[in-house]
Design a protein around this ligand. Structure first.
Ligand SMILES: [Zn+2]
Ligand SMILES: [Zn+2]
Length: 269
């Protein structure tokens, strides 16, 4: 089993949770499915909740915090969130007040030997954030639930070896789809979700800056199809340096996606 990898446990409108692993430091990004689903996925990697070093939250929407109350009840690892996210969660779950570790948006912090760099994302939540994780000269970026890619976020994400990037919807499917008009406007708006074409344009930018693996994430169940999202990004990458493009499935991934030394070995072998 590779020591440096990303493993998507759940992705999409109905729940989000990912595991970043770097030399034994295990960070869960969001807990948007039941704790049972998370522990089952961890078990497939021979991990338990005891192995988790920390949890970081992107924002308080239910598809990102569904399993959080149970996690706070059962697990010991610290959970990090922006003040806005923490307060919004606590308002709905007063019994868990003061249980989250608050960081200032834009202020980096450490989880063991991983340098965590949060950055604000434009989304209709209290204080949503994306993340860069730096470890041993390798940078990993995570950006979902954002209406567009702001300049500062783009700057941080460039140069990341692996990036998990939202490819939420196909604009035509969204327009023709079952959502009420107001929700369509919300999803497509600047505080909504990144569309396939938006994702593709930024993906090309990332690959030019050295990104070798892209994981397309948070796909809408009603307004997207995995192959459509993947093809749109692949076509934007034509003629650019090689980059692996994967789609995070709704359920957990079949295999973790490695980065760093392991990645180089798997590419050459
Ligand atoms: Zn959201
Ligand atoms: Zn979401």
């Amino acid at each position: 089993m590779a020591e440096n990898y990303y493993y998507s446990i759940a992705s999409g409108s109905s729940g989000n949770c990912g595991l970043y692993m770097a030399d034994g430091t295990a960070i869960l990004i969001d807990l948007g499915v039941s704790l049972r689903r998370i522990t089952t996925a961890l078990k497939a990697l021979s991990l338990t909740l005891e192995d988790i070093s920390a949890v970081v939250l992107t924002h308080e929407h239910i598809d990102h915090v569904k399993g959080l109350p149970m996690f706070l009840k059962k697990a010991k690892a610290p959970v990090f969130a922006t003040r806005g996210t923490a307060e919004a969660f606590e308002e709905k779950n007063p019994e868990y007040a003061d249980r989250l570790n608050i960081f200032d948006s834009g202020e980096r912090f450490w989880v063991r030997d991983v340098d965590v760099v949060p950055f604000p994302t434009p989304h209709d939540a209290a204080e949503s954030t994306g993340y860069i994780f730096e470890h041993g000269g390798s940078r990993f970026g995570f950006a979902t639930d954002l209406g567009f890619v702001p300049r500062d976020a783009a700057e941080l994400l460039r140069g990341c070896e692996m990036v998990v990037l939202e490819s939420n919807h196909d604009p035509h499917m969204l327009q023709a789809g079952p959502y009420p008009y107001s929700l369509k406007m919300r999803v497509a708006g600047p505080s909504g979700h990144l569309s396939n074409p938006d994702c593709a344009v930024f993906a090309a930018d990332l690959v030019k800056s050295g990104t070798r693996t892209l994981v397309l994430a948070h796909l809408s169940e009603k307004n997207n199809m995995p192959e459509l999202a993947r093809q749109q990004t692949l076509s934007a990458l034509r003629g650019l340096p090689a980059c692996e493009v994967l789609v995070a499935p709704k359920e957990h991934m079949e295999h973790p996606v490695s980065f760093g030394e392991e990645k180089l070995c798997s590419l050459s072998g």
